[in-house]
Design a protein around this ligand. Structure first.
Ligand code: NAI
Length: 395
């Protein structure tokens, strides 16, 4: 079939297999151009490995330090003439490239919150890898079925305490408008923490530890975001921010566990705001990202997921020293985003943006092309007019 993008609001419901492979190859090339990460990880579990920051972590571990990687993700294969989700194609492309380079790469597709997928992962590590030295926890999910209670928790992106009104952009239509979001109730706050907080990460780490699958000195990292005050009501102080506070609580517990297990560590890395499937669903944030891209590109400091994770691994986690933690014990690769000159420029542009000047005041074009790339569209060297086979078996 010939696959074209079909954008519906903040999702694209199609994905292009060769385009996703070309995108993965771009990221591999980026890692290889930067050169090897000395003292990098060797046996790595990435939970949420098929897109965004998790995929970037897997590619950096494999192609930056020759690591064996086991990836866990939740993606849909192609069915009834519909293309698969991009993470499906990304993972196949990554696995082919890793194996061609002589690296171990195995995949587990299923619900990472479930006991079954955890057990399958433990069994695979036991049989194939023995012990692992890095666990990257990079899930972004709208829901979680709790493995012990069976309750279904749905996460929401809402402010807490009071309603919030700000500008937002419909990135597809290019319309800037005002949005008011009503505050979350107690149940929604608790549900969002159950999905995006730290309980599941702790469950993973306890299971790995009890099965003796963590190498002495093993590290674990999960990702968070803080951002500027213009987004705080919906992010840092909203339901997702409270869930991230719980992730930080979990990081402290897991850190103690890993320290006792032979001098390892666990921590949160605060990353830059970037176009991913998860971030495009948050109100207000895509407009901020479109402005941020314009400003950071003008300053020559723009980075994507892969550059962020390369910097995290090479300069923070594996440089022979402890990461340069902030006062709350978090690694910060959002440092370039948060520089005063960048935030001052964003703050100046924000109030003036309208539908009419969106194209000149922001990098909406860059936002859109990054968004389409997530689904394998707009990559050079890919013939989008040619027939392509959407049905590819997982490796
Ligand atoms: P993403 O949507 O690109 O990736 C999410 C991953 O989780 C995918 O691999 C998906 O298959 C997997 N997943 C979702 N539900 C699952 C389930 N039930 N079982 C197994 N796998 C499942 O998201 P993104 O943006 O890379 O987010 C990853 C982390 O990075 C999140 O914690 C997010 O808050 C954080 N982050 C994101 C930023 C951004 O701007 N995108 C900025 C800073 C942090």
């Amino acid at each position: 079939m010939i696959i074209k993008p079909k954008v519906r609001g903040f999702v694209c419901v199609t994905a292009h297999p060769e385009g996703c492979a070309a995108h993965v190859q771009e990221w591999i090339n980026c890692v290889q151009t930067r050169g090897p990460i000395k003292q990098g990880p060797k046996k790595v579990l990435v939970i949420g490995s098929s897109t965004g920051y998790g995929l970037a972590s897997r590619i950096t571990a494999a192609f930056g330090s020759g690591a064996a990687t086991l990836g866990v993700f939740y993606e849909r294969p192609s069915e009834e003439g519909r293309p698969a989700t991009p993470g499906w194609y990304n993972t196949i492309a990554f696995t082919r490239a890793a194996r061609a380079a002589g690296l171990y790469a195995k995949n587990i597709n299923g619900d990472a919150f479930s006991n079954e997928i955890k057990q399958q992962t433990l069994d695979t590590i036991k049989t194939d890898l023995g012990q692992i030295d890095l666990v990257v926890y990079s899930l972004a999910s709208p829901r979680r079925i709790h493995p012990t209670t069976g309750a279904v928790h749905k996460s929401v992106l809402k402010p807490v305490g009071q309603s919030y009104t700000n500008k937002t952009v419909d990135t597809d239509k290019g319309v800037v408008s005002s949005v008011t979001i009503e505050p979350a109730n107690e149940q929604e706050i608790a549900d969002t923490a159950a999905v995006m907080g730290g309980e599941d990460w702790e469950m993973w780490m306890s299971a790995l530890s009890e099965a003796n699958l963590l190498a002495p000195g093993a590290q674990s990292v999960a990702y968070s975001y803080i951002g500027p005050d213009v987004t705080w009501a919906i992010y840092k102080n909203g339901t997702i921010g409270l869930a991230k506070n719980d992730l930080e609580r979990a990081a402290r517990n897991i850190d103690s566990l890993l320290k006792l297990k032979g001098g390892g560590r666990a921590f949160i890395s605060v990353n830059k705001a970037l176009v991913t499937q998860a971030s495009s669903a948050i109100p207000v944030v895509p407009l901020y990202i479109a402005i941020l891209y314009k400003v950071m590109k003008a300053h020559g400091t723009h980075e994507g997921c892969i550059e962020q994770i390369c910097r995290l691994f090479a300069e923070q986690m594996y440089n022979g020293k402890s990461p340069a933690f902030d006062e709350a014990g978090r690694a910060r690769v959002d440092d370039w985003e948060m520089r005063p000159e960048i935030q001052d420029a964003v703050r100046q542009i924000w109030p003036a943006v309208t539908t009419e000047n969106l194209g000149t005041e922001t990098d909406i074009a860059g936002y859109r092309s990054e968004f389409l790339k997530l689904f394998g569209f707009g990559l050079s060297g890919v013939n989008y007019e040619a027939e392509t086979e959407p049905h590819i078996a997982m490796l």
